[in-house]
Design a protein around this ligand. Structure first.
Ligand code: PLP
Length: 523
């Protein structure tokens, strides 16, 4: 046989053997992995040098995907909140790293037996606490590939795919949200970091040479002030602290009875501060506040910012996703006059954590605030180098998972799912409103319902509602969280899981009523 033919023949034989092995090994879908199951004994250890062999990787990969598919199938049988006590996992884990590499199957078994019990299942359809967020199959595959390429997206040269896909997919999302073309997007990990960068860019725009000279010890600097509502997320205050403005550098504006920022009070606060020598430079308004998803009146806030030459940043971390739904698009009305907007696809667009998008009209200012290029990072291409737009040098290839998600579901698929969550929230709100034992405590513009039990015979409603919440959460059947509205202990039910159906909301409603009866009988 010719040398080349022999080589091809050998490869063909190897492929046949491998395929056959794989078929035999994996044709039966696996369910729960057993402790004593060791299908790849002696084959699942790391080789002496280099990474996992391709065949081992393939075998473990099939097993891993089986496990994940199985996890999603049995999700409803798992407790929503981990039933572990503090330190349970730590106690079960070895105190030091293994001297020698371990059998991959053993590692995997520990996921089932040790890690899973310590997992709070955010993907559970009855996870209604905080904001209900969930991953998707397409997003998981995007994440897997990003880990595979493992590129550090700093320079275009080190990451053309990440740089250009990010620009493209963020432009898709911008159009889906109906934001104008003046906005250019950049991906960070979280909304907290997006907001921090927006305020840093706003400060850079003041031309006070803070980048060069800092802020401390400067008699020539007035006190800089940021404005946000009493209902805004704590990330705004943290950003102000981190930027060296101090908590004194943040003024919280009162909200109306719908928990929306009062634009007139904002105007008055700015005027008062100016009279007292402060330099107001930025307003952070929220579309979809954390406690109630209220919407600050952006269109009324824009002229206040314009009159005072202030930057307007809109925190739409949660509700930005809703703007892709035609009938909800008006929630971003007024953003034509905003300087930056943050939205988190990891919150309500089925993209695995983490992925936050900052849309900004002044990327030049962001670059001016953050770009610092040492010799070893200098290149001569005329391109976007994303390290110039933030505190991080290396960035993960996050755009890939969002690209997978948008392509897999399509715009209509995403719209349909978000619309359904809003329908389910309205349904729950209607049940609450028509039952004299319960009352709604805030409007429901999106898919979050704020309410409390208020049966006539009970005096201490605070205690009663806390009891109901704790009992539901301890049951493992659902997870709800709380907030305080007008001093009242308020239950919060967020509906946003990719896997939620009407039957899950019925189950929750039954749980609420059963626990109300129990709590009443005990009080
Ligand atoms: N802004 C709002 C309105 C939020 O609700 C949240 C979190 O829930 C954040 C910001 C912070 O989000 P992240 O965890 O991405 O920093």
């Amino acid at each position: 046989m010719h040398k080349k033919e022999l080589y091809l023949f050998k490869i063909a034989c190897r492929v046949c053997i491998e395929q056959n092995f794989l078929l035999n090994e994996f044709k039966q879908p696996k369910t729960k992995m057993q402790n004593d199951e060791k299908p790849f004994i002696n084959k699942n250890f790391a080789p002496e040098f280099g990474d996992m062999r391709a065949a081992d990787f393939r075998r473990a990969g099939y097993e891993m995907i089986d496990w994940i598919a199985d996890y999603f199938e049995r999700l409803e049988d798992l407790p929503v909140l981990s039933q572990n006590q503090p330190n349970d996992l730590k106690t079960a884990l070895p105190k030091a790293a293994p001297e020698k590499g371990e059998d991959f199957t053993a590692i995997f078994n520990d996921v089932e037996n040790l890690i899973l019990p310590a997992v709070t299942n955010w993907n559970h359809p009855n996870f209604h606490g905080l904001f209900s967020t969930s991953t998707s199959g397409a997003g998981i595959f995007g994440e897997m590939l990003a880990a595979t390429f493992d590129m550090k997206a700093m320079l275009w040269r080190t990451s053309p795919a990440s740089t250009e896909l990010e620009e493209t997919v963020l432009d898709w999302l911008r159009k889906m949200m109906n934001l104008d073309a003046g906005f250019k997007g950049i991906i960070y990990d979280t909304a907290s970091v997006s907001t921090l960068h927006a305020i840093a860019a706003a400060r850079e725009g003041l031309d006070l040479r803070i980048r060069e000279n800092g802020m401390s010890g400067r008699a020539d600097l007035p006190l800089l002030r940021v404005y946000t509502s009493e209902q805004s997320h704590s990330s705004v205050e943290k950003a102000v602290i981190l930027l060296g403005l101090g908590q004194k550098g943040l003024r919280k504006i009162p909200t109306n009875e719908r928990f929306e920022m009062d634009a007139q009070k904002l105007r008055e606060a700015i005027e008062e501060d100016k009279r007292n020598g402060f330099l107001p430079f930025c307003v952070v308004a929220t579309v979809g506040t954390t406690s109630t998803t209220s919407i600050d009146p952006i269109a009324e806030i824009v002229p206040v910012c314009e009159e005072n030459a202030m930057w307007l940043h809109v925190d739409a971390a949660y509700a930005g996703s809703a703007a892709i739904v035609p009938e909800l698009q008006s929630c971003l009305k007024g953003c034509e006059g905003a300087d930056s907007v943050v939205t988190n696809p990891h919150k309500w667009m089925f993209t695995p954590f983490d992925l936050s998008v900052l849309y900004c009209r002044h990327l030049d200012l962001l670059k001016q605030a953050f770009s610092l290029v040492p010799e070893y990072l200098k290149t001569n291409e005329t391109v976007t180098n994303q390290m110039d737009y933030g505190i991080q040098l290396g960035r993960r290839f996050r755009a890939l998972k969002l690209w997978f998600v948008i392509r897999y579901f399509g715009q209509s698929g995403l719209i349909g799912r978000i619309r359904e969550h809003c329908r389910l929230a309205k349904l729950l709100a209607a049940w609450i409103e028509s039952d004299e034992n319960w009352e709604l405590l805030a409007p429901v513009p999106f898919a979050l319902v704020c309410f409390r039990a208020c049966p006539q015979a009970v005096e201490n409603l605070e205690e009663l509602n806390e009891k109901i919440m704790n009992a539901i959460n301890a049951s493992g059947k659902a997870y709800i969280s709380h907030t305080k509205l007008d001093g009242k202990f308020t239950l919060r039910v967020s509906i946003g899981s990719l896997r939620v159906e009407e039957r899950h909301i019925e189950k929750l409603w039954n749980l609420l009523n059963e626990n109300l009866s129990l709590a009443k009988s005990e009080s």
